[in-house]
Write a protein of this length. Structure first.
Length: 306
């Protein structure tokens, strides 16, 4: 149980020995007669590692047994580079059985050499065979839209389609591209850098220094403002609601001249437009996230967004 808890919490497996020391100390205080039992526990790094590996094998076995009863399943693929510039292929498999029980698999495969379509296909094929999921039941593949994942003829999707047809000639695969990346392209062509950059500068001015941030929070409390802090993740929308409070704070700090945009009517019009656009995009993102999402719900949200 302790090994499972350590792994689930993403804690170093070497902390098992520290946990043992804590349990022995607590047992000595609360139940001295049981202290010897805790001292006999083996929670060394090697032991915890071995137990986590056994847990992994057991979970994989249970998932593989469920894969045999899948009626259909879909793939979601995403390619990105890590901090060491190594290409990582994220593979998400979601299947459904006859009684509508949903089973999900997740894998990440590194590509240290070339990143051609055939290289991606080899990694996907390895994962599918490892999970013991039949190609003949693949119904949909969704990608992030990169050329290596969507190229025709000899690239990944063509190879997947050929493999499915080889296993089941009557099975058609639907290929989709992730709309989130299309949203990013949408934002990039709007040319709103002249709006976003001053906002980022203003947020950093308030949040970067602890003293400045504390003074800002105190200022909001003293003026009975509707808001109590400025959040990084919602900075554009927040500024649209608290512009007057921020303007007063900048004037108090003698920094109004550094943020003249707040008094520029043309900039404020562009800013209002940016707030509306980002709000709509963020609303769609939230609707497409979360557990137990069915394709018809996501389709409805996409059509409503258009």
């Amino acid at each position: 149980m302790l090994s499972f808890k350590l792994a689930k919490a993403s804690k170093p497996l070497s902390e098992g020995e520290f946990l043992k020391e804590c349990m022995v100390e607590i047992a000595g205080l609360l139940c001295p007669e049981s202290k010897g039992k805790f001292e006999k526990l083996n929670l060394s790094h090697r032991t915890v590692t071995r137990r986590v590996e056994l847990i992994d094998e057991d979970l994989a076995s249970k998932l593989n047994s469920k894969a045999e009863f899948l009626k259909f399943y879909s793939l979601a693929l995403d390619e990105s580079n890590d901090v060491k510039d190594t290409a990582q292929l994220l593979i998400f498999i979601r299947g459904i059985s006859d009684n509508f029980e949903i089973t999900e698999f997740l894998a990440m495969e590194p590509l240290k050499g070339k990143t051609r379509g055939e290289d991606f296909y080899d990694q996907v094929s390895t994962v599918i065979e490892k999970m013991k999921v039949p190609w003949s039941k693949l119904a949909n593949v969704t990608t992030d839209g990169s050329a290596n994942l969507t190229g025709k003829n000899v690239e990944l999707l063509k190879r997947i389609e050929d493999k499915v047809k080889e296993e089941n000639p009557n099975q058609d695969v639907i290929f989709l591209h992730c709309i989130i990346h299309q949203e990013s392209l949408c934002k990039s062509i709007l040319q709103l850098n002249h709006v976003v950059n001053p906002v980022v500068k203003l947020v950093n001015f308030i949040r970067a220094k602890g003293l400045q941030h504390r003074q800002f929070i105190k200022f909001l409390e003293e003026t009975d403002a509707d808001h109590h802090d400025l959040l990084y993740h919602s900075r554009v929308c927040w500024l649209s609601l608290g512009k007057e409070d921020i303007g007063a704070f900048l004037k108090l700090k003698g920094k109004s001249d550094e943020f003249t945009e707040l008094s520029d009517k043309n900039w404020l019009c562009d800013f209002a437009f940016a707030v509306d656009i980002f709000s709509h995009l963020n609303e769609l993102n939230v609707k497409l996230q979360g557990k137990d999402q069915y394709v018809h719900d996501m389709y409805t949200n996409l059509k409503a967004f258009k």
